[in-house]
Design a protein around this ligand. Structure first.
Ligand code: AMP
Ligand code: MG
Length: 400
């Protein structure tokens, strides 16, 4: 009697409870891009650090229109004026220039008539006009970024403004990708009878690297018990995570599970109520996690998105990404699978204010082109008959 298939959510919970976050390291800003911040980051000073001008114009005291003021100095960005301003005076100022002592406002240059070292104000000037206050953006000690944040462009800019040069980030998980199959040929290699190209190797490396992993070159393992064991044993020496594709099904040439068992990798689950992706296997030896993903490229990509992404997220202490849309209305009726939830590749479009999920072409697990241009996975619950067009379905992010 085969074991019942594991629901997707239960499988994901088992993955998450097997993950222990990796350690941290300190890296300079220039090397921190796309890394995960491991400790909250506080501003080391006020930003802006001093009151400064929001416009090119003149630093003045507040007052009515029609004043004639003598231009006595200049405050440029990076070169403050040293003169203390009186009410008869103006100081030329650039955007970002420090507001000189005595001035409390800026009049933009387009609001004055300037000639021979004097200006005539053409508009009234309110207190504080066009002045950026000290600390308006960040206050000393304020938390600017929280642990778990992925450091993209805006985060790097904010970290630098906060006065930081080195960031504490999570270590990147070392992920070894292995593809099993006697039929697999390297990209571009001519194909003999019955052979296909190894799509999964480069695809899984790209997926893992996009999740922050470091991947040594992917390896191919033949469908042979000893060679499979040898390849997995080598990967277990160095990897935090092993992703092995193919060979986890029930065929006579599926050698991955017995090899892992011989190597002491403990099975946590095998077979998920998921289409595509039923043979997905997951286990661990100490802190090394092993994912056995099905060989079909679409199954491998889908199971990567559903199970490997959460693991790489947790290992790096990353705050899980909030999807742009988590529900959509089915554009067409979809046949259901009696015992498995389907992860359908869909494009998302907005129709009459509703997000609609359109199946992205034929859904066979060997149709690698169904991944191209897909925006998300739509989860079709198991059941009989069809799920009607217009039904709201849950969306899962499709990893890229
Ligand atoms: P398996 O899971 O080993 O039974 O493989 C299932 C299907 O996926 C078979 O048609 C394999 O030829 C195919 N397949 C396995 N590995 C790969 C791969 N790395 N790239 C492309 N197709 C693969
Ligand atoms: Mg195979």
């Amino acid at each position: 009697m085969p074991r019942p298939l594991l629901p997707i959510a239960d499988a994901r919970d088992l993955v998450l409870s097997a993950c222990r976050p990796l350690g941290t390291e300190s890296v300079p800003i220039a090397a921190a891009r796309d890394r995960v911040l491991a400790a909250d980051l506080q501003a080391s000073g006020d930003v802006p650090p001093f009151p400064c001008s929001a416009m090119d114009g003149y630093a003045v005291m507040p007052g009515p229109a029609g004043r004639t003021l003598t231009v006595v100095a200049e405050s440029r960005a990076g070169l403050p004026a040293t003169h203390t301003l009186t009410d008869q005076e103006a100081i030329r100022i650039s955007t970002g220039g420090a507001i000189p002592t005595g001035a409390t406002a800026v009049i933009p240059q387009e609001n004055v008539d300037a000639h021979d070292g004097t200006i005539v104000t053409r508009s009234p000037v309110d207190p504080g006009a066009h002045v950026r206050g000290r600390g308006e953006d960040m206050r000393t000690g304020a938390t600017v970024l929280t642990a778990g944040t992925v450091l993209e462009a805006a985060e790097l800019g904010a970290a630098v403004a906060a006065g930081v040069a080195e960031l504490t980030v999570a270590l990147r998980p070392k992920v070894q990708v292995l593809s099993t199959g006697d039929e697999l040929k390297a990209p571009g290699e001519p194909l003999g009878p019955g052979e296909i190209h190894n799509s999964n190797g480069p695809m899984l490396v790209a997926l893992a690297e996009n999740q922050g992993a470091v991947c040594p070159p992917p390896d191919r393992l033949p469908d042979d018990p000893a060679a499979t064991e040898q390849g997995l044993a080598a990967a277990l020496q160095t990897a935090d995570v092993i992703i092995v594709s193919g060979g986890v099904s029930v065929g006579p040439h599926d050698h991955v599970k017995p090899a892992l068992a011989r190597l002491g990798v403990k099975e946590i689950f095998w077979r998920v109520a998921l289409q595509p992706g039923k043979p997905t296997w997951f286990g661990r030896r100490d802190d090394t996690l092993v994912f056995g993903l099905p060989g079909n490229p679409v199954s491998a990509a889908v199971t990567f998105a559903l199970f490997v992404v959460p693991a790489l997220t947790k290992l790096q202490g990353k705050t899980p990404q909030r999807p742009l849309y988590d529900q959509a209305s089915l554009a067409t009726a979809v046949p259901r699978n009696a015992e498995r939830e389907q992860a359908m590749r869909v494009r998302l479009e907005r129709h009459n204010g509703r997000i609609t999920a359109i199946p992205n072409g034929p859904q066979g697990s060997h149709i690698v082109t169904s991944l191209l241009g897909a925006d998300a996975l739509a989860l079709i619950p198991a059941g009989t008959g069809e799920l009607e067009a217009g039904t709201l379905v849950a969306l899962e992010p499709l990893a890229r």
